[in-house]
Structure formats: structure tokens, C-alpha cells
Design a protein around this ligand. Structure first.
Ligand SMILES: O=P(O)(O)O[C@H]1O[C@H](CO)[C@@H](O)[C@H]1O
Ligand SMILES: [Mn+2]
Ligand SMILES: [Mn+2]
Length: 389
């Protein structure tokens, strides 16, 4: 007999309004989904609406769906508003010190040994948009073979290189070298490989991106994995946790490929957790200040939801949430400190329960632990009994 399964999907960057402490981040005006809904004159997402999204954020048109999901919103307790903080908090680790950021680039004490170890000088070394910096330095990189190092408002060390100049495997090795150097005081949340292809003026980044995260502590994923439950990470989930607690890593090309994989695993896994991150909302639209593209991508996800729902079995639980905002309509291209949606649905679960405004993203981890009978994280309040009835 098949056991319990969860399908848990993180819609990267799909925040639903300024968090109570957004002023500390300069994000008082942020509302990612609300503003993209306005930008397109109403967001058409009937399946997310049925799960309760319209009860959490104004979708720009009158509610016209019966709500069958359980719905709430969660605030982040960790300091920061990056993917790393958000995902680690989900599974019970709150980061209470800010991860280091480098508004003036990385210091010589990092760059010198990095250049020495990889045997090349670097270009860049400053905060930049990943697509803009290719326009500025891509040609020089191709000519000189020097990798482009850049950061952002987040705690990230990013290395961009043309695939024909520095093959991805070599780029990954450079990232591992950087990860080794970026520890302690300089322990950035993530080192990210940013391979690209194409000709000058038309450079495009490829799906061979890889993230190298720090491991911050034991999580509910470790508990599940150690208790023998299969844990399948889809998209960048494996990278975000540095592989900790992830039994099977499935890398994806884009959101639609991510949904394909979620559905495939949903049809074949007997029990355990299918945990996916869909990153296009963030990387293609949020950071690029493209509200219309963002809206179309959310609608495209919604159109695939029947396939996901169809893959669910009687005992299954579907959770949909986000890890932070990235409001494409506010100034700047960085993430935004927002509430995130918590949508929960399952054939056996209660319908239409308002789960309220929750104090931490770790409520998901606490619920996961209770549902699967593994030790609960130190933070987070389970909502299992509220949805289970
Ligand atoms: O501008 P690009 O390279 O897409 O970088 C973005 O991607 C990084 C990781 O998500 C963020 O910190 C943001 O700056
Ligand atoms: Mn993210
Ligand atoms: Mn991002």
C-alpha cells in the first residue's frame, strides 16, 4: 500500500505584499503578485484561486471561484530576503545574522587567492544585473578568457563564463574553489555558476546554472531522509540545501520542465516528498523588472495545475508557497521582503480553512514533521491538525 506523499512547490519570488518589517529592507511598497495582476488588468489563475490565492492578494478582478483549499500567509523570521534564507527557514533553520553582502565587490583577500587557484585574472567584481554585465564585459571575457565575477543586493558570488571559453565543468570547479574560500566572515549564501552562450550583443544564459549553498544546520529534510522517506528535489532544491537531506536531485531547464518533472514523479513515487522550485518567475521576470512576463508565467503555471492535481492520490498533500518577493514594478531589481502565500490542498483535507497570518516560514517544516512522524524543528507551528480535521 502506498504511504503518505507531499508535493510541495515553491513559486520563486511570488510574494503577496509587504511584510510587517519590510521598511527595514526599503520594501514597504512591494507586492509582487498584486502589482503584476494590476499590470495586466487582472491575473487569470483559476486553479490557484480555487486553492485560496484570491483570499490572500487582490488578483485584479472579482473572485469567481469557490475556494476549496486551505490558505494563509507566512512572514519570514530570518534576516534577509534571499532564496537561501527562505528555503532554509521552511525546513526549520532561521538565520538570525545577515549573510555578508558586497556592495563594493569582494575584497582582495578573497579575489587574490581565487585568481591564483584558478590561474586566471577576473573581470567585474561588483554588484550588477547578470544580463547587463554580459553586455558590458561579455566580449572582453571572450577575448581574454577572464571569468566575470559579480554580486547583487543578495549574498551571492556569481561567476559568468561563456561555455566555449570556460566549459561548464571547469566553471563548476571554479565555483567549488570560491565556495572553499568564502567561509566564516565571508560565508556568502550562495556561489552561483552562470554559463552563457551566443555572440556579442546576443549573449544568453543557459540552464547549466548551478548554486553552491552553505549548509546551515540540520533540517526536517535530513530527518525525513534519515527516517527512510524518499525526498526528491526538483529544480534548484538540491543546490539550495547543498544536497543535505535530498535523496534524488532532478535539475530542470525551465518552469514548464519543472512542472513536467513534478508530474512525472507524482505519478511514480510511492511515498515521501516531492519538493520543487520554479525559478523562472524570479530570474526571467522579477529581477528583469518585467511585470507582464511575470504575470504570463504565473498564468502558464496555473494552466498546468490540472495535471498536478490529477497526479495526486487520495492521501496526498499539495503545498504551494514562495520564498520571498521580487516585485518587478518597484525600483531596483532585487528581492523584496514580503508575505508569502501558503496554499494547502489534498483530497482528504478540510476545505476552505483560513490558516491566518503565520509567524514563520518554518510552519511548513513543522507540519511536514508532524505529518511524516519525524522530529519537529525547533521553530514553527504545525498546521497539520487544522487542515487534517
Ligand atoms: O541578475 P542575475 O544574474 O539574474 O542575479 C540574480 O540572481 C541571483 C540569485 O537568484 C540574485 O541575487 C539576483 O541578483
Ligand atoms: Mn528565490
Ligand atoms: Mn532571485
Amino acid at each position: 500500500m502506498a504511504g503518505l506523499r507531499w508535493i510541495w512547490i515553491v513559486l520563486d519570488s511570488c510574494g503577496i505584499g509587504a511584510a510587517p518589517d519590510a521598511d527595514r529592507y526599503g520594501d514597504e511598497a512591494a507586492n509582487t503578485l498584486g502589482h503584476i495582476a494590476q499590470a495586466v488588468g487582472g491575473l487569470r489563475v483559476p486553479h490557484l484561486e480555487r486553492l485560496g490565492l484570491g483570499c490572500l492578494v487582490d488578483l485584479g478582478h472579482p473572485a469567481d471561484q469557490e475556494v476549496v483549499g486551505c490558505y494563509g500567509k507566512m512572514r519570514e523570521r530570518s534576516v534577509g530576503k534571499d532564496t537561501t534564507n527562505g528555503h532554509w527557514e521552511f525546513v526549520g533553520v532561521v538565520l538570525d545574522r545577515p549573510l555578508p553582502v558586497y556592495p563594493h565587490g569582494f575584497p582582495r583577500e578573497i579575489i587574490d587567492p581565487f585568481e591564483q587557484a584558478i590561474g586566471r585574472k577576473i573581470l567585474g567584481n561588483r554588484p550588477a544585473s547578470g544580463t547587463e554585465i554580459l553586455k558590458e564585459l561579455g566580449e572582453e571575457h571572450v577575448r581574454t578568457g577572464r571569468p566575470i565575477v559579480y554580486t547583487s543586493g543578495d549574498s551571492v558570488f556569481q561567476i559568468a563564463a561563456h561555455e566555449e571559453v570556460i566549459p561548464p565543468e571547469e566553471l563548476y570547479h571554479m565555483c567549488e574553489v570560491a565556495r572553499g574560500l568564502l567561509q566564516g566572515e565571508h560565508g556568502v549564501g550562495r556561489v552561483i555558476a552562470r554559463p552563457f552562450v551566443g555572440q556579442n550583443g546576443r549573449y544568453v544564459r543557459t540552464d547549466r546554472r548551478r548554486d553552491y549553498s552553505l549548509r546551515f544546520g540540520r533540517t526536517v529534510l535530513d530527518e525525513l531522509h534519515d527516517a527512510g522517506w524518499p525526498v526528491v528535489g526538483i529544480g534548484k532544491i538540491h543546490d539550495i540545501y547543498g544536497g543535505a537531506g535530498i535523496g534524488e536531485a532532478v535539475h530542470t531547464e525551465d518552469n514548464m520542465d519543472g512542472v513536467d518533472r513534478i508530474v512525472q514523479w507524482g505519478r511514480r513515487l510511492d511515498q515521501g516528498l516531492i519538493y520543487g522550485n520554479l525559478v523562472d518567475f524570479d530570474s526571467l521576470y522579477g529581477h528583469r523588472n518585467d511585470p507582464i512576463g511575470f504575470a504570463r508565467a504565473v498564468e502558464a503555471f496555473d494552466r498546468r495545475m490540472p495535471e498536478i492535481l490529477d497526479a495526486l492520490r487520495y492521501d496526498d498533500v499539495l503545498i504551494i508557497t514562495a520564498d520571498h518577493g521580487c516585485d518587478p514594478t518597484t525600483p531596483g531589481t532585487d528581492h523584496t521582503r514580503e508575505w508569502v502565500p501558503l496554499l494547502v490542498w489534498g483530497p482528504r483535507l478540510k476545505t476552505g480553512v483560513d490558516l491566518g497570518a503565520r509567524d514563520t516560514f518554518a510552519d511548513i517544516g513543522a507540519t511536514l514533521a508532524e505529518a511524516f512522524g519525524v522530529p519537529a524543528p525547533q521553530v514553527g507551528m504545525s498546521f497539520w491538525k487544522e487542515v487534517r480535521g
